[in-house]
Design a binder for this molecule. Sequence first.
Ligand SMILES: [Zn+2]
Length: 89
Amino acid sequence: MVESSKPVPPDNAIGRLTRMEAISSRGASEASLNAARAKLGQLETALGKIDQPDFGMCRRCDRLIPHGRIMLVPESVLCVQCAEKKANS
Ligand SMILES: [Zn+2]
């Protein structure tokens, strides 16, 4: 039977975990805040283009982006096919 390695003393473990959690949760908050800001910028761009004739047209292939996609992702500038191609490339 293999003897398991000695556990880290509880005090140290808790102290380290708490600090790591504080650091990582702060990073996650900043990341999601940045993502929200980027999303807001994209939405504002989409709103600014809503009156233009090419709104809802794919920027890459000029096909109509399905309304369902526009509703789901208002800032999308690519149709589903092109978005998938872009994601895979
Ligand atoms: Zn397209």
